[in-house]
Design a protein around this ligand. Sequence first.
Ligand code: F6P
Length: 491
Amino acid sequence: RSLLRNELPDAEVMVVSNREPYIHNMESDQITVQRPASGLVTALEPIMRACGGTWIAHGSGSADQLKVDSSDRLGVPPEKPSYTLRRVWLSDAEQDGYYYGFANEGMWPLCHIAFVRPNFRTSDWEHYVAVNRKFADAVVAEARTSNPIVLVQDYHFALLPRMVRERLPDATIVTFWHIPWPNAEVFSICPWKEEILSGLLGSSILGFHTQFHCLNFVESVDRFMECQIDREHSTVSASSGTTLVRPYPISIEWPPAALAGQPPVKECGDLVRKKYGLKADVRIAVGVERFDYTKGIADRFRAVESLLENHPEWIGHFTLVQVAAPTRSRLPAYRDTQVEAETLVQSINARFGRDDWQPIILAATHHEPDAVFTLFRSADLCMVSSLHDGMNLVAKEFVAARDDDDGVLILSTFAGASRELHEALIVNPYDIHAMGEALHIGLSMPDDQRRDRMRLMREMVGEHNIYFWAGRMLLDAARIRKRRHIERQIA
Ligand code: F6P
């Protein structure tokens, strides 16, 4: 907040994302508010709570669809409003084409190495263009000034930066791409690659989690666009202006809101053991994600099987509690992922389980942040085995939940978080045997080593928290604004 006050006085802040921070659902004649399972929301919501402004997002809850509450603007958070949620309504056809189709059957598999084939359909693309235009219209309509700071989030809105730039030329458009960017050869299969690149180059700043993804983007631009690349200063200049392309590894609120009110670690353990019927001598591992094929959930289950095969001393003494929120279930690849995982749990539990103990407990429902934090605090170990992930905030949340400095993190080398959390046990999620061994090493790790590792990770996340992330982007935005101001004075 003080950065905004000092460096960007009077700046109007707007966020654009597909996912809304508060989803309004209708349950037994009452409107309930749900916090979505979304890394993007986890990261940005505390920033908006601190800065105020307008967050433009798709109104997606069942209460919205039933038109119970169809006001365009709401003050949020509901208990203590500090910013405005402006909801954009989409038809079923728009939602199918733009969100399920182009964004999640095209861009998502294109950008993640998970060996799921991207599908590009012209009708999806047309909806994607139309919905980007609809959100760009909302930005222009909501802007109170001619030069707002517009924080554009993710692969749903690759075209929006240029659309906004054309209508608000003085806006500072900061786009953050929450998922990986593929290499130029992979990217070239997208039939609308030039449009996507040109759309993104409407941004003043384009951020990725890692330098590697920035380089992939610049390489794609170099191959497919007419533009000037200044590798020394990380800028790309095209007809729409100059874009600074930089890594800004995303993070979480520190301390996280969900930590307040948590019982002591010992009590969290008791609560979780009671809930899942786990005996006192059973060590607990946790996994928390959306049921997405990029998360490597089935491979994690195979690693549990490998642990029990190779280290039978853990039979009866180790359980993985896996929370997996159903997601994008209308798409076959997502339904298949869930079915594969459920089938695997049944077979592993049938093979090793007993009447009073199961090696894997799968809770395939959405859990609110408080429940997730209690689970993190109860665990000996947290397992993040993404096949590919931009960052993965679950890894950082686990670290943040452990104010007792305890707990082991097993982390995929293909998650951006592995570039920062060096004290995790870093694994290749395709190597099932190695992951099983990492479980054994984690469960057998001496107390002092566990604590030393956790302390270092906590220092890292505590320092490089979400305010640090936003601060770096906003400082770069402030510099760009000052430079433009001077340029205009000279002109
Ligand atoms: O990783 C990209 C992302 O947009 C995240 O920011 C978010 O956690 C996730 O996808 C959620 O997906 P959806 O909004 O489609 O449920």
